[in-house]
Write a protein that binds this ligand. Structure first.
Ligand SMILES: Cc1ncc(COP(=O)(O)O)c(C=O)c1O
Length: 378
């Protein structure tokens, strides 16, 4: 079945008693037992809640996974996955990584004896040569944040298989609608559902999907033990958001394609990073593996002073962190989302004082272009 159909119907089958079309919000901490040693299947909402379960089953279906898991944020989801590793383990990680993930790895998990090597995962040879006897996993972002690089997932999956490494793919930017990491060889996909999946800049949530049922049981053990679960109201909002994922993503991508071309032709814009542009180095590879090019654009302006001007003068496009929602947002990665990346790495990657990141929403594209035009001072 097409993902757009599966997404629209998430939770539909849940309430067989009343036939409610959307899953009810089971706002309860606990569940009455029918008798001694008996359970309805639900005992306590940290361990399982029907509204959360509808979302977890839904994302598992969208990703073709054995099971799905919902957490209180994308960072909580990634934290839970890192509990699969212990002292002495080594992970290979995409170097162009969300700053919060980098902070979690370097400032927290490194304290527990886990080590991380940051490599350009678009270079599969670099991935292979970073493997050591202690390596246990490769953690990649399928489309990187903020420079929008696209890795060859099947090639990395083959390296992982050869070396018995887990492959974990942060698929936040692409979502199952544009790419299903487990189909391309990843073992686990993880999402900041705060972004495209929930899609309305109104809830913070994280999701994980796991291909292998035995590994999924281990992930469930950690989810229940740690307890950073998504509450029923936010689970409902996330499921509600996912229902319109396909239609939002189609519109956002269409807008982004036009805006990227408009920016590329603008005299005050030096560089545009958007994989949908034919001159993007990963354009052809992404065209083969993904259904679309997402709706994130990063761009360099010609002078640092122009950054502040754009952030202050855009009116329709909000100067705010986050991405993927229906409202367009603009951020300054160097001082916001990627402030926790070590400065030398930031410089090498090109996250600098002239780089802006635009999350294109569903607004009318002409209105968005007009907003950028006036902010650029035309
Ligand atoms: C690629 C990526 N992964 C993970 C996260 C963390 O998710 P959350 O903010 O929901 O905790 C983000 C947040 O921006 C992100 O961009």
């Amino acid at each position: 079945m097409n993902i757009a159909t599966q997404a629209a119907q998430i939770g539909l089958e849940w309430d067989t008693r009343t036939g409610a079309v959307t899953v009810p919000i089971y706002q309860t901490a606990t569940f009455r037992h029918p008798g001694l040693g008996q359970s309805t299947g639900y005992d306590y909402s940290r361990s399982g809640n029907p509204t959360r379960q509808a979302l977890e089953d839904g994302i598992a279906r969208l990703d073709g996974a054995a099971r799905g898991f919902a957490y209180s944020s994308g960072m909580a989801a990634i934290t839970n996955l890192l509990l699969l590793f212990g002292t002495g383990d080594h992970l290979i990680v995409t170097e162009d990584l969300y700053g919060g993930t980098c902070r979690l790895f370097d400032k927290i998990f490194s304290r527990y004896g886990i080590t991380f090597s940051y490599v350009d995962t678009t270079d599969t040879r670099a991935v292979r040569s970073a493997i050591t006897p202690a390596t246990k996993a490769v953690f990649i972002e399928t489309l990187t944040n903020p420079l929008l690089k696209f890795a060859d997932l099947p090639a990395i999956a083959a390296i992982c298989k050869e070396n018995s490494l887990l492959l974990i793919a942060d698929n936040t930017f692409l979502t199952p609608y544009l790419l299903r990491p487990l189909d391309l060889g990843a073992d686990i996909a993880v999402y900041s559902a705060t972004k495209y999946l929930a899609g309305h800049n109104d809830t913070v949530a994280g999701l994980v999907t796991v291909k292998d049922p035995v590994l999924a049981e281990q992930v469930y053990f950690h989810q229940n033990s740690v307890g950073a679960v998504l509450g029923p109201q936010d689970s409902w909002l996330t499921s509600r958001g996912i229902k319109t994922l396909a239609i939002r993503m189609d519109r956002q991508q269409e807008n982004a394609g036009r805006i990227a071309e408009w920016l590329a032709a603008h005299p005050r814009i030096n560089k545009v990073f958007y994989p949908g542009l034919k001159d993007h180095p990963d354009h052809a590879l992404m065209g083969r593996h993904a259904r679309g090019f997402c709706a994130m654009i990063s761009f360099e302006v010609d002078k640092p002073e122009l950054v502040e001007q754009i952030l202050l003068k855009t009116t329709l496009i909000s100067f705010a962190e986050s991405l993927g929602g229906v409202e367009s947002l603009i951020t300054f990665p160097e001082v916001q989302t990627h402030a926790d990346i070590p400065p030398e790495l930031r410089t090498r990657l090109g996250i600098n004082n002239v780089l802006l990141r635009l999350s294109v929403g569903i607004e009318d594209c002409d209105d968005l272009i007009e907003d950028l035009r006036q902010a650029l001072g035309e």
